[in-house]
Design a protein. Structure first.
Length: 296
């Protein structure tokens, strides 16, 4: 019997391949995700590839010009409905690169607002959440999660709050990026448009209402692994979020899997990522934590 631990070369290739284009679709694409333990249906709300962060490890290829720059919610809804039908019927797994997917992964885990920038920066985020909830309901796919992958800079905007409240009624989850514990390192790795304090306040605010998953990417920068004081500061920030009333469902530690924006950025080895995890566990002992190695 196949399990999620079965690793074939073809499967590894499918995990490593996260193209955001699928056939003639503009916004919706399927991804096989080790982290999700199944299929994640991505929704790209930033086809113009613009982002409010400029992470040194960003894996969005901005050398290829965008095909469309705006989001048409009606087209997005049709693409999502077609993709749900394709995946729910199993026909998606007859097509490359999904043919070699083991049985344990032949499930739809989530619809994820992710893509080539910050989803909540899009004025179409709220209507797109409404459309995704309607598609799930129409296909009887209540168990499919609705995931927002976010840099957390805009979580307190009124329209975003409204969208998050809707997601709460539809098996929603927030996966918030937090890659640093100090302002200096935050500026170095994320090159953001807001200070770290804003990100921490926004995550705490959202996490008071529902548990939030923290996604944290660690890497070698100019051949140096993450400084131990930075990892400890990161763990301190996690403790502060909890002390402020925020609930943390899980901290996901991971590293780079694909080509990065800056050439001086490299993935951590398994041992180095485990060392980051040990540091975090030492300071934030009772926060659930999981490491993901290599391709997702
Ligand atoms: S937030 Fe995401 S899309 Fe934006 S620069 Fe960072 S990694 Fe790239």
């Amino acid at each position: 019997m196949e399990t999620p631990d079965d690793r074939s070369d073809a499967l590894d290739a499918a995990f490593a391949s996260h193209p955001r284009d699928w056939r003639a679709n503009r916004y919706v694409y399927p991804v096989l995700s080790r982290r999700s333990g199944g299929l994640s249906i991505g929704v790209n709300l930033n086809p113009d590839k613009a982002c409010n962060f400029d992470c040194i490890y960003c894996q969005v290829d901005r050398t290829i010009p965008p095909i469309v720059r705006t989001v048409d919610v009606e087209i997005l809804r049709r693409e999502l409905d077609d993709m749900l039908a394709l995946a729910l019927s199993g026909r998606l797994f007859d097509e490359p690169p999904f043919r070699d997917t083991p049985a344990a992964y032949r499930r739809i885990n989530d619809i994820a607002f992710s893509g080539d920038g910050e989803p909540t920066a899009s004025p179409q985020f709220l209507p797109s959440v409404r459309a995704a909830i309607a598609c799930k309901a129409a296909r009887g796919a209540d168990a499919v999660r609705l995931v927002l992958i976010t840099d957390a800079a805009y979580l307190t905007r009124p329209a975003v709050r409204e969208a998050l409240a809707l997601m709460d009624t539809a098996n929603g989850e927030i996966w918030a990026k937090l890659d640093a514990g100090t302002e200096a390192y935050f500026q170095q790795v994320n090159r953001p448009n807001v200070p770290l304090r804003r990100i921490l306040d926004n995550i705490t605010d959202a996490a008071r209402i529902r548990p939030v998953v923290i996604q944290s990417l660690w890497m070698r920068v100019r051949d140096e692994p993450p400084p131990a004081p930075e990892v400890e500061a990161f763990a301190d920030r996690l403790n502060e979020i909890r002390a402020g009333g925020g609930q943390i469902a899980l901290v996901q530690l991971y590293t780079i899997a694909r080509q990065t924006a800056e050439p001086y950025v490299r993935p951590l080895s398994h041992v180095e990522l485990d060392r980051v995890a040990e540091h975090v566990r030492r300071t934030a002992a009772d926060i659930p934590l999981r490491c993901f190695y290599g391709a997702e």
